[in-house]
Design a protein around this ligand. Sequence first.
Ligand SMILES: NC(=O)C1=CN([C@@H]2O[C@H](COP(=O)(O)OP(=O)(O)OC[C@H]3O[C@@H](n4cnc5c(N)ncnc54)[C@H](O)[C@@H]3O)[C@@H](O)[C@H]2O)C=CC1
Ligand SMILES: O=C(O)[C@@H]1CCC=N1
Length: 267
Amino acid sequence: MKILIIGGGNMGLTYAQSFLRSHIASKEDMMILEKSPQKAAELAKRDIGTVYGRAEDCIQQSDLVIFAVKPQDSSVLFEHIKPLIDPQQVFLSIMAGVKLSTISGSLGAEKVIRAMPNLPAQIGMGMTAFTSSDAVTRIELVMVQNLLNTTGKTVYVEKEEAIDAATAISGSGPAYVWFFMKSMMDAARNMGFSYSEAELLVSQTFRGAIELFNKTDFTCEEWIEKVCSRGGTTEAALASYDKNLVRDDIIAGAQAALDRAVELGNG
Ligand SMILES: NC(=O)C1=CN([C@@H]2O[C@H](COP(=O)(O)OP(=O)(O)OC[C@H]3O[C@@H](n4cnc5c(N)ncnc54)[C@H](O)[C@@H]3O)[C@@H](O)[C@H]2O)C=CC1
Ligand SMILES: O=C(O)[C@@H]1CCC=N1
């Protein structure tokens, strides 16, 4: 199966590397279409398949076309490739917000899958939610799911709105986690730790807390209770979070991401 990835940025490159690393696709089957000549030259050095600069040279030979450009670049791209595509090709989009109906309507193609991955896909630890149009066959869906599975865990969702919600939670989520890590590192620096000490203290704390959570059946609340001594330090920190409505802010942030996904989908 010939796979064409359109957009060789963070996610396009991640996908190409992941498919190759897992041997689900060979270099001969992988094509990347990248419009920036500088990026295309860098990609060509990576030995991850054939890199193209023109859609005319690669679209027709592909069985699966993956859209990994920014949502804002999608309408120009669709307009350009519409005369080149075969309506029987399968299209997979990972673009935030852009709806199945927009993709099929703009291209005149029926077999469209929408997925929302995240950046830990780079190390096979990604989380992807995906859904598909009715015209995609079971075999085609399984084929795409097998590809997505090379990047981490996947979940099929029936309702397309859940893709926008997943964008706000798991798609953007790694950035929220790094934001929290950075804030804790800033606190550590203020308390006198060096940069590398702050990094070690914080990254190992995140790793330990997440591993512990994943390896047991306790909820977050139960774990929090185990850390908190009555009248102790953790309670003081959590009281400060409560007073400053940190939880509400985190929920509002995720809601802002969801609102933006919907907005991107409306053009
Ligand atoms: N970065 C992330 O963590 C995630 C991104 N996404 C989605 O993935 C998509 C790509 O995101 P990134 O890889 O971060 O962006 P990026 O900016 O790193 O890569 C996009 C690439 O597409 C190229 N491009 C734009 N128009 C093109 C065209 N007409 N033909 C060929 N190449 C073209 C650009 O030159 C650029 O190299 C976005 O739609 C985003 O919503 C989804 C989940 C996570
Ligand atoms: O920030 C964005 O719009 C994309 C979608 C999810 C992660 N990055």
